[in-house]
Design a protein around this ligand. Structure first.
Ligand code: ADP
Ligand code: MG
Length: 154
């Protein structure tokens, strides 16, 4: 198994890392209208929401991407700087015990749509509905300011 990892020393670096991954994806998918599903594993405080904020910034989303903990999903539109319109879906499945809750939010349309960027915190709670084609990133707390992000094959 090929597992790459990345260390960051503060929240800004984690956002920069997210932006870099997002740029790479945008470049590769410029002439396609595909979706990007990123599963964010790891404990509370690991940096999953911080990472999501970096993605939002890269897409020129005007609002700040916040943890959607109490409402499961938040939807954001990319900003004017993008040459295409993307929709960012940020899921927090921390409180979900049945994947049906995600299906009820229009999951199939989101996953089957075009130019959707889908970020999921606590994806293990909905693992039965996750498509195979996705990026898995695991966030680990090293010390107060250091985080380790691991690309995981699942
Ligand atoms: P999660 O969504 O995984 O629970 P958050 O992104 O909400 O985590 O919180 C991470 C917290 O840790 C934030 O308060 C952030 O400022 C802090 N932090 C400290 N160092 C880092 C780092 N290297 N990367 C990301 N966040 C960090
Ligand atoms: Mg979070």
């Amino acid at each position: 198994m090929d597992e790459k990892e990345m260390f960051t020393q503060n929240a800004t670096e984690t956002k920069e890392f997210a932006k870099m991954l997002c740029q790479q994806w945008l470049e590769i998918n410029q002439v396609k209208n595909s979706n990007w599903l990123v599963c964010l594993y790891g404990d509370l405080g690991g940096g999953k929401t911080t990472f999501s904020q970096g993605i939002g910034e890269e897409l020129g989303v005007e609002e700040i991407v916040n943890s959607p903990t109490f409402i499961i999903m938040k939807k954001y539109l990319s900003g004017k700087k993008m040459n295409k319109k993307y929709t960012l879906y940020h899921f927090d499945c921390y409180r979900i015990s049945d994947s049906q809750e995600i299906l009820d939010l229009g999951w199939e349309d989101i996953i089957g749509g075009e130019n959707n960027i889908i970020l999921i915190e606590w994806p293990e709670n909905v693992k039965d509905i996750l498509p195979k084609n996705r990026l898995n990133l695991k966030f680990e707390f090293v010390d107060e300011n250091t985080r380790k992000m691991i690309f995981v094959n699942k």
